[in-house]
Design a protein around this ligand. Structure first.
Ligand code: SF4
Ligand code: SF4
Length: 361
């Protein structure tokens, strides 16, 4: 990582080639999901079902193969195949021919998911370190390409390439190639590695006007997204606290000892996390709030609803087993939301589990 000062001047004017809209992992919070959906003119549920992965917290990269044969973001319009003169060939190689939006096969998904950090992914530190005590370096890449007024309203039928959801693009896309890390009350921006990331895919970026970090961040209008991400992490933290309350204040830890934490250890697996969330997934990811709400207000209301639901449920749990299940679900929800903010759920889990273990003699 290369930490940056606000006055550092870098080649931050985008070439608009869209290379960073390919082969990335872009995590999105529920508010960002609602904004993306609004930008596309569909419901949040429809957007989630059609264009996201991992239970609605990651943009699906199910577009045609483009830069380096990597699949485009599902929101990337325009034929990179035509642009690059690759029509057909790369798509056929990947078995994606015929549908730019068809979900990738599982094998391909696993490839994306298991790509080591620092390769195709661009790590963007999250405020998790500050809010959750997490290490905070997590891949949340995405292009700023379009943030500079580039191909807004890209045309999937073959017009200009660009982001179809430009107006609602998530924080990671606004910031790229920069990332952020909260330190106390301040934010530090940085970029992955020692070499400026855009040089890899867009070497001609050096020929465009250079900007200071402060100028660039101001252009991207990230304040609302950053405040919303921080609020979402606080919500994740509160969900984790709810899991602690269920385990420790219900007598479960006293009666079961460390066995009360055994289900938590299984939550390192994303599929198990999603299964543990179960029927609560919709209220976690689709709070059915107006997308036009300011982000922090959106999260505040979401937070209030979840708290009310959890409280209502906690008074009806009939036995220790149901308390155990509810606690595991709360922790799974916290991890899921933390990951939506770009935090590493494995690291969060290790820290929370260690804290809980320390409370049991
Ligand atoms: S890699 Fe950099 S210059 Fe190239 S499209 Fe992305 S943000 Fe723009
Ligand atoms: S800028 Fe748009 S097309 Fe590119 S990764 Fe972000 S959401 Fe996807």
């Amino acid at each position: 990582m290369t930490p940056l000062s606000p006055t550092d001047r870098l080649p931050l004017t985008c070439t608009r080639q869209g290379t960073c809209c390919h082969g990335k992992q872009v995590w999105i919070t529920p508010w960002e999901l609602s904004r993306l959906a609004e930008a596309r003119g569909v419901s949040a549920r429809a957007f989630r079902d059609r264009w996201t992965a991992d239970g609605g917290i990651r943009l699906a990269f199910t577009g045609g193969a483009g830069w380096r044969g990597l699949p485009a973001c599902s929101q990337y319009a325009g034929s990179t195949e035509r642009q690059l003169g690759l029509a057909g060939s790369t798509e056929r190689q990947l078995g994606l021919a015929g549908s730019a939006e068809r979900p990738l096969g599982l094998e391909r998904q696993r490839d994306l998911d298991s790509r080591p950090l620092g390769q195709a992914n661009t790590p963007v530190p999250t405020p998790a370190e500050q809010a959750l005590g997490a290490p905070g370096l997590t891949p949340t890449p995405a292009p700023a390409e379009l943030a500079l007024g580039a191909p807004t309203g890209g045309d999937p039928t073959g017009g200009a390439p660009g982001c179809l959801a430009h107006a609602g693009r998530p924080l990671a896309c606004r910031l790229y190639p920069l990332g952020r890390r909260r330190q106390g009350t301040s934010t530090v921006y940085l970029h992955e590695g020692r070499r400026f990331p855009c040089l890899d895919g867009c070497p001609s970026v050096v020929e465009l006007p250079h900007l200071t970090v402060a100028e660039y961040v101001a252009q991207q209008q990230v304040a609302e997204g950053e405040a919303t991400q921080d609020a979402t992490l606080e919500l994740a933290q509160d969900l984790a606290e709810a899991a602690f309350v269920l385990v420790f204040d219900s007598g479960l830890a006293a009666s079961r000892g460390r066995k009360a934490l055994a289900p938590w250890r299984t939550l390192g697996d994303a599929a198990i996390r999603r299964a543990a969330i179960g029927s609560w997934m919709d209220r976690l990811i689709l709070p059915d709030l107006p997308a036009e709400l300011p982000g922090p207000e959106f999260v505040r209301r979401h937070h209030g609803r979840l708290q009310a639901d959890l409280q209502a449920e906690s008074s009806t749990l009939p036995n220790a087993e149901s308390v155990q299940t509810a606690a595991t679900r709360c922790l799974a929800m916290a991890l899921h939301l933390g990951q939506a903010c770009g935090a590493d759920p494995g690291d969060l889990l290790r820290r929370w589990s260690a804290r809980a273990s320390a409370l049991i003699p």
